[in-house]
Design a protein around this ligand. Structure first.
Ligand code: NOJ
Ligand code: NOJ
Length: 427
């Protein structure tokens, strides 16, 4: 008995020691440990205390009241990840709970649509009322992302034989968003970083995907989708104008109408987010497209020299920020930092590029992209907090978590990188 207690105690203290050394774990063990923490964190940020069911708080941290809101963008991205978790779940009671969360998100979305006739409203109080203080608005990516998530969820309901539920509760919300996107796509709006007004690559990419997903969806119901596809075609043309032959990368914003004017490079990790969140499997700007690869490379090289933590010898991979001129550090504007979600997104991008290259019969390229993806994930592991709770940013000097703690979007983007890694197969 004594021996058992002793060895049990030993095992417990050993696992505590292992817990404290997150960054030293082999990558597979780290992923196995981090995944459930990120899933749980997202679920805890859903249905926040005092909020409406289906709302998601961007960050619940008491020290960051500015993040105690439901952003349309963050919410849609979080629920896309929840949907993936739901599809992978096997336990019936767990499935039931995730399905309910997704349905609540659908009801919440329907309700916020009625609080404003302007579907470009970026953020809402957790009770579903629009935030009316000064803000960079409209943000026309949000409704597109919401449509993408809800269409995807509706498809799952239909596969599960719940077509009438999808029709009654999701179709009207989806149609409102698609109509909005169709009407506003060529008007200037505020970018996803809430800083610049103009025409943005990211916004156009997710708008295009929403309309194409919507067209496929409408056809499924026997409706005419030609208007949706024709607008998507116009958006395609607008997106291609973002290639700068001079600079050698895709640029974030064209036709700026206001907001920050110090983003002189126009090089932005939002391009990679646009490639990921706007992906439609139709071959347009696919992961191995030379324009996309060139932009990913430009981001790697600009941030490699930008942040002190990227110069520390012996650490693989590059921590990725928003754009080189960024100044936003969460609680001050003393200089931008690398972001968890962007380092994860670039890693995910390279895993997907690797899978695509392999599928297209280019094994050497596939290996090189996977190596790059792995480096980026190792970089993230290096800065991973021991409790697994990702903040928004990584301090560019100390390498510790900084800015809004427990950011929902950080967790979801990290989980998506893990999924892309699993799909890419063994190294
Ligand atoms: C808060 C926004 O969310 C952030 O992205 C931005 O950099 C600052 N406001 C400054 O506009
Ligand atoms: C600031 C980011 O710039 C913006 O994209 C995000 O929606 C908010 N934080 C909330 O996470």
């Amino acid at each position: 008995m004594k021996v058992i207690a002793l060895s049990f105690g030993l095992a417990a203290s050993l696992s505590l020691a292992a817990l404290a050394k997150t960054s030293g774990l082999p990558i597979d063990q780290w992923i196995a440990r981090q995944s459930p923490i990120s899933i749980k964190s997202i679920e805890q940020n859903i249905n926040p205390a005092g909020g409406a069911p289906g709302a998601v708080v961007a960050s619940p941290a008491p020290s960051y009241p500015d993040y105690h809101f439901h952003w349309v963008r963050d919410g849609a991205l979080a629920f896309l990840t929840v949907l993936n978790i739901y599809r992978a779940a096997s336990d019936p009671s767990r499935q039931q709970q995730l399905r309910q969360n997704l349905l609540d998100y659908g009801y919440f979305s329907a309700s916020v649509q009625t609080t404003t006739n302007q579907l470009g409203e970026p953020k809402f109080y957790l009770n579903g009322q629009p935030f009316t203080g000064p803000w960079c608005r409209p943000q026309n990516d949000g409704a597109a992302l919401r449509a993408i998530t809800l269409i995807s969820f509706a498809k799952t309901l239909i596969i599960n034989g719940e077509t009438s539920l999808a029709r009654a509760n999701l179709v009207p919300v989806i149609n409102n968003d698609l109509n909005f996107v169709k009407n506003v796509w060529n008007q200037p709006s505020c970018d996803l970083w809430e800083e610049v007004s103009g025409q943005h690559f990211y916004t156009l990419m997710v708008q295009r995907r929403a309309l194409l997903d919507g067209a496929a969806w409408a056809e499924f119901f026997g409706q005419n989708a030609s208007q949706l596809t024709s607008v998507a075609g116009q958006i395609t043309t607008a997106i291609l104008k973002h290639w700068s032959a001079d600079k050698g990368y895709l640029v974030a914003t064209l036709n700026r109408t206001g907001g920050l004017d110090y983003k002189t490079s126009n090089l932005d990790a939002a391009i990679i987010l646009g490639i990921l969140h706007g992906h439609t499997d139709d071959g347009f700007l696919s992961y191995t497209d030379p324009h996309v690869l060139a932009t990913a490379k430009a981001l790697l090289s600009v941030f490699a020299t930008k942040f002190p933590i990227n110069q520390v010898p012996g650490v693989r991979g590059v921590a990725i920020g928003r754009y080189p001129e960024d100044r936003y550090a969460g609680s001050n504007f003393n200089g931008g930092n690398p972001w968890v979600l962007l380092t994860a997104a670039l890693s995910r991008y390279y895993y997907l590029a690797s899978s695509e290259a392999r599928k297209n019969g280019h094994p050497a390229d596939a290996a090189a992209y996977k190596n790059q993806a792995e480096d980026l994930l190792l970089r993230l592991k290096h800065h991973a907090p021991d409790d697994g709770i990702w903040a928004e940013q990584i301090d560019r000097v100390t390498g510790f978590m900084t800015s809004a703690p427990n950011l929902t979007w950080s967790h979801s983007e990290v989980l998506e990188a893990f999924t892309a890694r699993a799909l890419a197969g063994p190294p």
